[in-house]
Write a protein that binds this ligand. Structure first.
Ligand SMILES: Nc1ncnc2c1ncn2[C@@H]1O[C@H](COP(=O)(O)OP(=O)(O)OP(=O)(O)O)[C@@H](O)[C@H]1O
Ligand SMILES: Nc1ncnc2c1ncn2[C@@H]1O[C@H](COP(=O)(O)OP(=O)(O)OP(=O)(O)O)[C@@H](O)[C@H]1O
Ligand SMILES: [Mg+2]
Ligand SMILES: [Mg+2]
Lengths: 156, 165, 156, 165
């Protein structure tokens, strides 16, 4: 187990650094093992958006926190691609530029992992291969409007 | 392995049988507030073996059953069934197609199925745990939970990486 | 203090019912005093979107929770209008129809309370009387772009 | 009473002196992720007397001082000053215009001012508490905190209504 934990850790850390730099267009992030104790030590996380001096994760903004967490999720999916993944409004705090970067990375990962993405964000919807609309009827029952075609004209 | 279909009936706001077919790639799910989108996420986590009421946004597990509305009576049972293409034998089963289902009745009785054979909850959990798809895995991220990984204590983050190993 | 607590409570409850019905276009919400104990009892909150049978607040969706909380905030502001109020992305979870209702109620309250609203939502920005853009420079220092005119052409 | 102006200098990401004039009505504040919008909300709560580090997203209160960047040295002091029109005497002071300021220095020293007279933190808190404008009041809602009121225990919600009374 030790080989596989350390080997996995180093791969996830490497991918986390990569996805963080891609999503933030620079900056630096990393995972470290507390007290260099590979058997029991916890995993610490550092994130520095480009140019800034962030002294603690709590200083990151709402959008920066979401983007950092997404970079870590994508790193884990890169190392061990789950067959499918459901993301419920993970892009809610992101501004338009960051949504575009999020979706670009998603499309790359989608060659190996199937994604079901719940979103209100137009830019995310536009990049989907299929779209399902959920409606709540007068009778308070949910129904699915199957709109498989992605060329739905998005009213905005 | 990939997901082919999700069938929901009597689970939360999906009183009528609802089928969602999933293609490879990215499937977007959209709709107004309160329409039932997150109930689909909860249903996915539930069929994969989630047993925590808090994660299901309920106090007792029978509360996942359609509670009725002004125009419809409560349901007697909730069922979620997912169909998976297993041609790559990702799931250690000799089937090219696998379907997994979970039911709960008003009286609290639960039933679990793999390819229509009745199994225990533990069998489903072990089936998916292999590749990081356990009920509380990173692969199903509930609403508002994306930042959760930043709030975890270092030991908890270690458990996440161990799940991946 | 007893007269004023009970009197205030009843006014806030009345306004909460009103704002909830307006925001949800129906349904029912109320505040109740636990054990009818006006001296020490806690304040319970119930919310039923139209047509639904919500057995606990935890069953509400993300957007329904935000809208319910906004209805309570607006009720409090109606009963005791604070001179100014700062709202930081309270509309993030709302769909377009609910944002429109949120902003309509905000404009009514804005005759008595000044609002500073941080938002990424176009519909909220369009209704503002003034807009400030905040940018982060290359030197990681925040600056204000003063765009006082609300007729800024919003790219969308 | 209404807010006329917010001045921020050396507070969080506002290294240079920044002035935001506020009109009556609705003022929208927009900008990319991480640009400094919520730092303005934090600044407002801080000048009104907030003393909890958690609410300020910091561990120690000196962490609100501009920490420096690759291109700029750290600041030695943080200051937020708000100017209020008090023609309606909402604030129990004989001035038609009131300005309230708070400073903190690297060595941890704090200073509080009302119309440029040095006062104590308690004086500022009492001044605003009268009308529900205390530091943790409902009138300043931080990011992600809108649903907080639904998560409160019943006794805590009671305290909210008592603040309004
Ligand atoms: N057991 C149940 N029976 C009937 N309805 C239920 C049940 N459980 C939840 N609901 C209803 O489902 C609705 C919430 O659905 P859900 O959380 O999926 O919304 P959503 O589409 O994700 O909305 P949002 O965009 O606001 O996040 C609530 O209005 C709730 O009343
Ligand atoms: N003491 C400080 N010195 C320098 N920079 C700081 C300090 N405290 C916070 N910051 C910086 O301020 C930025 C966060 O700003 P803020 O939370 O206001 O962003 P925001 O505009 O609200 O973004 P979002 O839209 O993502 O919520 C962080 O990048 C952080 O590094
Ligand atoms: Mg939802
Ligand atoms: Mg913010």
């Amino acid at each position: 187990i030790r080989v596989s934990f350390r080997a996995t850790f180093e791969k996830v850390d490497e991918q986390f650094r990569h996805y963080f730099k891609t999503m933030f267009r620079g900056g630096h992030a990393q995972l470290t093992i507390a007290d260099d104790d590979w058997d029991q030590g916890g995993v610490e996380l550092e994130a520095q958006p480009p140019g800034k001096r962030v002294e603690a994760l709590s200083m990151l903004s709402g959008g920066e926190r979401a983007l950092t967490a997404i970079a870590l999720l994508f790193a884990v999916l890169e190392v061990n691609p789950a067959p499918f993944c459901v993301l419920d409004e993970v892009d809610a705090a992101l501004d338009e530029a960051n949504v575009t970067r999020f979706v670009a990375a998603l499309k790359e990962l989608a060659t190996r992992t199937q994604f079901v993405v719940i979103t209100h964000n137009r830019r995310t919807i536009e990049q989907a291969d299929a779209i399902y609309g959920i409606t709540m009827g007068e009778d308070s029952v949910s129904r699915v409007l199957s709109v498989r075609l992605a060329e739905l004209d998005l009213a905005e | 392995m990939h997901l082919k279909q999700i069938e929901i009936q009597g689970y939360k706001s999906f009183a009528s049988k609802t089928v969602v077919e999933i293609d490879p790639g990215i499937t977007a799910v959209v709709g107004p507030n309160g329409s039932g989108k997150s109930n689909i996420t909860d249903g996915m986590r539930w069929v994969l073996g989630e047993h925590s009421g808090k994660a299901m946004r309920t106090r007792r597990l029978e509360e996942v059953i359609f509670a009725g509305s002004d125009q419809r009576p409560p349901a007697g049972m909730a069922e979620v069934r997912i169909t998976l293409n297993n041609e790559d034998s990702w799931l250690p089963l000799d089937f090219t197609e696998v379907n997994v289902a979970r039911r709960v009745h008003r009286n609290g009785d639960s039933e679990f199925f793999i390819n229509n054979n009745r199994v225990r909850l533990r069998d489903i959990q072990e089936l998916f745990l292999r590749g990081g798809l356990g009920p509380s895995s990173y692969a199903i991220l509930g609403q508002g939970l994306v930042e959760e990984v930043l709030r975890l204590r270092p030991e908890e983050r270690r458990a996440l990486i161990e799940e991946v190993a």
